[in-house]
Design a protein. Structure first.
Length: 109
């Protein structure tokens, strides 16, 4: 019986290889059926890129106003207040206290 199966073994091996490659072509990471997932991921990354570009532009603008050649007094005053924690006497300051959660007590007997 094994002698009669010898010519079919390479054919069966090639068939298994073709089936494996076909399944990978359809369902693999870059397969035909995962195109919508890649498109959604690309859209998400493009949105993140635009947000980061806007943040970078804002930071570059702030840095430009804090340089000595283009010093903006308003920007300098704002940063000094934030960093040092000071306020102008004419400002209204509303302070809030942090609410702490009550401590749980464990009764031992």
């Amino acid at each position: 019986m094994p002698e009669t199966m010898k010519p079919y073994l390479p054919t069966f091996g090639l068939f298994l290889l073709i089936v494996y490659l076909g399944v990978q072509a359809l369902t693999g990471q870059r397969g035909l059926l995962s195109g919508h997932e890649r498109a959604a991921l690309l859209e998400l990354r493009e949105h993140e890129l635009t947000e980061l570009a806007e943040q970078r532009h804002d930071l570059e603008l702030r840095v430009r106003y804090l340089r000595s050649g283009h010093l903006s007094r308003d920007m300098l005053e704002e940063r000094a207040r934030v960093v040092l924690g000071f306020s102008d006497p004419r400002d209204y300051v509303i302070s809030t206290s942090a609410v702490t959660a009550p401590q749980a007590t464990v009764a031992t007997s």
